[in-house]
Design a protein around this ligand. Structure first.
Ligand SMILES: Nc1ncnc2c1ncn2[C@@H]1O[C@H](COP(=O)(O)OP(=O)(O)OP(=O)(O)O)[C@@H](O)[C@H]1O
Length: 340
């Protein structure tokens, strides 16, 4: 990963997650105002000033993040589907969405899941639309013809292929590999087969601007399927790992309002626990811990070790024995207390 923090440039897009209660209630008032604004518009009353749109999640750009994103964008430019692989919570999805957004093309989002099959990707017939034609041309003869027209519904992959969108297929390896047979001809021959459609409609020619970014955890994670070699042979793999301390610090700081010395402490503890524990301690855990401290830590003199250990334990407990109170969680807390 990038090593020279002095040359690091830092841009943040989006805004921090507001944490104090007063600001949270502000959000409720905004929702109420937005509802009233819509109601007044419907009744033709003088329009209330609807609150500004809620800004998107912040996206931190540092040299380290830019260099990975540039690799992704370069492969997309080379018309190669990109497979982003990395541990849970390392930033794959954020990177994929940022690289997709930079293209200036529509983005189609798809989540990998056991239930995803070819139809869920491509589309299916969604029942028939019944029409009745009546013919009373001959007096006294009332001829009725029932016509049932099959209604086809395009699903995300067909939409993305037709519109030249960037498909972001998140955690794609959670889907059954058999569902991905349609990706083989799509990525190789540039044709999307639509099983269930007939004649000319059976295939869609791929829009020249269509691109795909697949993300997944490493194969040993629970709930993921080993994908077929033929598919993996048609994509390029960009492996990413957790960011270095400086970038992770920028990310936590972009999400949560907390004194910078406390952010340093959260990130350095996260990186130590990541090395010491045999569970996943991702960037998301650092952000969640910082959010917890922004509420629980009322002291002006930094973070008490016990509070830091308690908050980290709450954040990481669900990863041990399903979070049920028991030996694993007690042992986890002991390990965390030794580290903080
Ligand atoms: N460059 C970034 N700027 C701001 N926040 C980021 C950035 N990268 C990651 N994050 C934040 O870190 C957390 C984890 O990121 P993300 O969800 O992208 O990871 P992931 O590897 O896709 O996780 P999972 O494997 O669970 O899908 C999220 O809260 C995300 O908002």
């Amino acid at each position: 990963m990038a090593d020279d923090s002095s040359s690091r440039k830092r841009k943040v897009r989006g805004t921090k997650i507001r944490t104090d209660r007063a600001q949270k209630s502000g959000r409720k008032a905004e929702k109420e105002l937005r509802r009233k604004a819509a109601a007044s518009e419907r009744n033709g009353d003088t329009p209330l000033s609807a609150p500004e749109e809620v800004a998107p999640e912040p996206f931190v750009e540092t040299d380290e993040i830019d260099s990975i994103r540039n690799r992704i964008q370069g492969w997309l430019e080379a018309e190669q589907p990109v497979h982003l692989i990395g541990p849970t919570g390392c930033g794959k999805t954020s990177l994929a969405l940022s690289a997709a957004a930079e293209r200036g093309r529509p983005v189609v989002w798809l989540n990998g899941d056991e239930a995803v099959d070819t139809a869920a990707l491509v589309g299916a017939h969604a029942g028939g639309e019944r029409y009745e034609e009546r013919d009373q041309f001959v007096g006294g003869v009332d001829k009725r013809t029932q016509i049932v027209r099959e209604r086809w519904v395009d699903n995300p992959l067909s939409v993305a292929v037709r519109e030249g969108a960037t498909l972001v297929y998140n955690e794609f390896s959670r889907s059954d590999p058999a569902a991905h047979n349609v990706l083989l001809s799509l990525f190789e021959e540039g044709v999307l087969e639509r099983p269930g459609k007939r004649g000319d409609d059976r295939t869609i020619d791929v829009h020249p601007e269509f691109r795909a970014i697949l993300t997944s955890n490493d194969i040993e994670y629970a709930g993921v399927h080993q994908q077929q070699d033929a598919l993996l042979d048609r994509v390029v793999g960009v492996h990413i790992d957790y960011y270095d301390a400086e970038t992770e610090r920028e990310i936590v700081d972009a999400h949560v309002e907390l004194p910078s010395d406390q952010i340093d402490e959260v990130v350095s503890t996260t990186q130590q626990l990541r090395d010491e524990l045999d569970i996943v301690v991702g960037t998301r855990a650092a952000i969640t811990t910082a959010k917890g401290l922004s509420v629980f830590n009322t002291s002006d003199n930094g973070i008490a070790d016990e509070l830091l250990a308690d908050v980290f334990t709450d954040v990481l407990a669900p990863k041990v024995s399903g979070g049920r109170e028991g030996d694993d969680v007690t042992e986890l807390k002991d390990r965390i207390s030794e580290t903080v």
